[in-house]
Design a protein around this ligand. Sequence first.
Ligand code: ATP
Ligand code: MG
Length: 571
Amino acid sequence: MRYSQSLIPTLKETPAEAVVASHRLLLRGGYIRKLTAGIYSYLPLGLAAVRKVEQIVREEMNRAGAQELLLPMVQPADLWHETGRYQKYGPELLRFRDRHDRESCLGPTHEEVITDLARREIRSYRDMGKNLYQIQTKFRDEIRPRFGLMRGREFIMKDAYSFDVDDEQSENCYQLMFDAYKRIFTRCGLDFRPVEADSGTIGGSFSHEFMVLADTGEDTLVICSSCKYAANMEKAAVKAPAADDAPLLDLEKVETPGKRKVAAVCDFLDIDPSELVKTLVFLADGEPVAVLVRGDREVEEVKLKNQIGAVEVEMADDKQVYDATGVPTGYLGPVGIKVKLLVDSEVAAMKNFTVGGNEKNYHMKNVNIGRDFEGTTVADLRQITKDDPCPECGAPITLREGIEVGHIFKLGTGYSEAMEAYYKDRDGEEKPMVMGCYGIGVSRVVAAAIEQNHDENGIIFPMPLAPVQVILLNLGINDAEISKVAESLYAELQEKGVEVLLDDRDERPGFKFKDADLLGIPLRVTVGKRLTKDGVVELRQRKDGSTEELTPEQLSDRVLALIDSAMKAAQ
Ligand code: ATP
Ligand code: MG
């Protein structure tokens, strides 16, 4: 590839909207351009990096016995009505009507389409045991598209779906995919962790997310310092403490004028937030529910959602709280409360705590479950903190930020039953297909790789994902000898299978060096004045800035050796 012929519009300035490194550097490096919110064009180098990820994904999916196909992006709404997701999916599903007034949508995922295909084409147990995947552009009308390729509205995904005869076969497939994903992200050269993820109604440990460790990640991971436990914070269980056996004190109603926030109430009453219990109201599919958690804790909405089997859970606003309970925000408590109440297991172990008084400007002290109110539903509902022990082994845990690049999920028979995807087993009996689904955010992988690998000068691509392996700088465009050697190295490297970008622009050396750093190509070869003076060219590694001087004859072997060792390191 010649720079002069390619479209690599690098930018000196950082575009104002880019707050994370990958977004900033992909724009500055001329890898992508924004068309409109959350929708990007991939320029030649951006596409080359995406293709690298795709290639690795393809090889490993094929090796695991999966088959590639390509499904339509436009999907009829009828299929989504069959599973009830036309309603449930919410505004992320982009819906429209065609010229015949037929409801349609743009595929955010393909369970419905693939299940429709399976129910038509697969009849017998003999045809089961299929894992089908595609690499395709998805559309999700994300509420907050941001961070460039990290959370787009249009993005490239690999999605696979498996159809098996029973749970055992399905779980074998799940394990195959788990192993394939580990190989994929290792081969991408990424520092990642598989973590247990929320599996909604399926239960068991049949949902894992693959997380690239990076400070800008939108997910928090819980990692045990001692055992193998690693989970998404949403899922991480909190061990319930032993019950406090203090004697019950007399209930007391106290005036707390204008004190609504935990900190203000605690200051005023001279108690610790761990002695106070918050009563928080959520709307679960529109229905109000109240949750009790300790004053210094947060409710984990995913746990709440699973506990009550709701599709959507959101915090109620002041008006909704008042409408549901008749109590102004800040003074709500469990004693005599009018809405369904859930109690976090930590609170269930507490005695003599302080709560809102269910009346403006009042709180209650020495409140106790059972005596003062019924705490019938007790569950693990709070978010884990860094000071909690590992739920598996009790050792200390650490919290890390991560970017979700992959997700594998056992689906069971939910979709196949809703869509009547049955097969005939050995005895001629009709049985629902047992399904799994397995996604990778292909375009997000490129962004995640950059979040993990960059410095103040630009991207530092891991060798396996770099759009090209070598950038070759001709620093003497108008010098016959320099140009001749640069051209011949360009030809020689390509002949030996090396991917090279030849910077043949008539620009100053400093300018070319800056662009080379920004683009993050792993190896940089400079042909310039040192050639005419000493007969050498320079080879520099982007990752550590180390340089060596070689004769043009030595160069290609050394480049091949460096590429080889970088690729081997990621295996
Ligand atoms: P998230 O929690 O980040 O929204 P998700 O749970 O909605 O992800 P899945 O439905 O499991 O994601 O999709 C499979 C993969 O597609 C994800 O693991 C992620 O890597 C990628 N992905 C999902 N949404 C986006 C997006 N808006 N932009 C880029 N990649 C995405
Ligand atoms: Mg999402």
